[in-house]
Ligand binder design. Sequence first.
Ligand code: AHR
Length: 857
Amino acid sequence: MRRRIFVPAAALALVLLGAPSAIAPSAASTGSAGSAPSLVGYWKFDEGAGTTAADSSGHGHPLTLQGGASWTTGVIGPHALALTPQQDAAAATPVIDTSQSFTVSAWVNLASTTGYQTFVSEDGTQVSGFYLQLRGDTGRFALTRIAYDSTAGYAAIASASAIVPQPGVWYMLTGVYDATAQTVSLYVDGQLQQTVHALAPWSATGPLAVGRGFYNGAPTDWVSGSIDDVRAYSGVLPASGIRALAGNGSITVHENQAGPTLNSTQLGAFLEEINHSGDGGIYAELVRNRDLKESSSSPVYYSAVQDNGAAATIALDTSTPFNSANPVSLKLSVSSLPAGGRAGIANAGYFGIPVTPATTYHLSFYAKAGASFSGPLTASLENSDGQVWATAKIPAVTASWVRYTATLTTARGIPATLDNRLIISTSAAAAGSSAWFAMVSLFPPTYDNTPNGLRVDLMEKIAALHPGYFRIPGGNYLEGDTLATYFNWKNTIGPITSRPGHDNSAWGYWSQDGMGLLEYLEMAEEVGAQPILAVFAGYTLNGSVVPQSQLAPYVQDALDEIQYAIGPATSTYGAMRAADGHPAPFSLHYVEVGNEDFFDASGSYNGYRFPMFYDAIKAAYPQLKIIATTNVTSRTPDVIDDHYYSNDPSVIAGDAHSYDTTSRSGPKHIVGEYAVTQGAPTGTLAGALGEAAFLTGLERDADVVIGASYAPLLVNVNADSWPTNLIGYDGLTSYGSPSYYAQRMLGDSLGTTVAPSQIVGGNGSLWTVASTKAGGTTYLTVVNRGTSAATVSVDLAGVSTVSGGTSTVLTGDPAAMNSIAHPMAVSPTTQRVGASGSSFRHTFPASSLTVLSLATG
Ligand code: AHR
């Protein structure tokens, strides 16, 4: 390896005039050269093909790629110059007048960090007029100027002694020669490293070269690595301009400082019956209008089957009641049934009945036969062309209500289709005979094979979010529009045949309440979440308020509901829970009183409603934490539920700081509902990034924010009652929105403790949070809402090495959405990242959420 610092006797005079002593960094790059800097050469290296790199400065100095120099992925723009020894890219002439002040910058990424490697230079006859380089003698980056065009000339070296270059990491190097101050300075990643005296007023007369230097009259100092975005200026670029070249600032994570402990509830879920989230959604029942109450005038979603000459009608019948909770039955009247004919009932399901190959469906129904009607009955799944996918026989029906069950199994290899009906029919009934049906039900396989259970794909998607809590059962759905239609939990438990259902007046459709209180609680339990149980608190959407004198029964209902959830199996309601199949108490720790009671302008919430519920619940269950839905002064709630909705992602992102200054001695907060309402029926990437930015703030403030849940969670794409939702589906398939993937990424990157982090510089497009986990894992979450990639230096203070990890990125067109047809259009990708020191550079793509999961030591 050559020594590159010479102090020959002949140069003594120069040494005496211009010895390279270090100058205080603050003195550098103040623009002392007088004239404003001007871009004289700019090579973006974005061609990606060919042997010419255009000069974007407009001065006409293209570079020619030589010796096989090629292209690789860029750090700024799509491509960069790829080099191995003996390869370079050179101009035809000088570009910089090296006798005057100049600035030169380049992004460099080295494959190897040994030996002299010069990134940008300009040839003299013997040596280069400057070398922006990695020095072989020190292993550090430097701007080197030799005092005159001779190997005997004195070398002034501005070096980055504190930065040990890492292979595979992009660095932004900027060298400045200030002819007035007679100094050379080196900046790395926009930060001044060193300024030294330099007396070198000579002009290099040869070409500017990228990827090599010139020494002893010959090219040398070849580069192994990539070079991108090289700029040359006449004049001294001010420090602010040099920082701007370095991109979007830096992120420092203070692993040596303990931030708040993250809560097990930090990211949760919220479900209510909206958008056919339950019926026609996660509740796996495939028959629509099972309880025959969707319309009081006709058996909607049912039709009469009258094939091959048969004639039959169907009608709602209250004169042959099924039971007191469900007093309506479906009457099939057969007026003619010739041999080979078929008469019966058909149900169209929720926008079709999904049929998939090799699947067993569980059919059940109640039937009662009139005179001359005894069956047998055939149950079948058929499409609209009469293609039969599965059948089952019910040998006979009798004159009293009896429950019949059968399984319908489809063959392997059939297509998955939705355009199907469930048919229950007979080919043997006398003309003029009748039969009655009730509670016709068909379930596909359910999550965990639970009877009366939940849809597998939707539960899997929710489970993959690892929600720490499940806020149930609404929302507006809990409140109802009127006092007659709120979620009256006592009507939603017990056998499904005895649940009367209710008008979901909040969202405009009938709720059969097969998805009742028990199913909500079990859903939370099945995905490992604690329920946050919201109890009706005497206020409805139409503004009705239960007067104080009439509120006590509602308070008692809430106490009973809590007992149903957590009372011992020996208690009144705990015993009902046990009878309903769940002897063990649920893991309930939080009860929410009402929903969005800030809408109640009467003042009743603070005045008497919240206090009455609070006092009664605390007296009976002192261990429970009580959530208020708005600020109250009459009692001190344990937690306040705040909701955030906006169609502007910037507004939600800006809310990331909402809790930075919240009192740490008052109630905690939960964000029970949040969403950027942009896109339908599910949201855009821009919305997801706004939300992710918001969530970084909530995570940072984990000492006061116990959790957050997107709303609404589910939407049947055929029936959206709310514009923007997290997970969309039809009867057959489902997909997660960009917000879903963002939430999943954030959930997967929750350590145990927040590591305080800060962004220095940049243009305000970045949001970040970091956390750590015992055993040496650091999670760094960065949201870039900007329209260009941000290459940022990351410093993990308190860490000595990063032994590797992964980078998971969600990015794309900000307006992009997922859909049934394109379920993964916006979805994350994961790549391995290599080992590095505690400081490294990382590029966060435009419009992206990135989670770095790093093994740190
Ligand atoms: O998430 C949709 C609705 O928004 C919820 O039901 C209600 O609480 C809020 O207003």
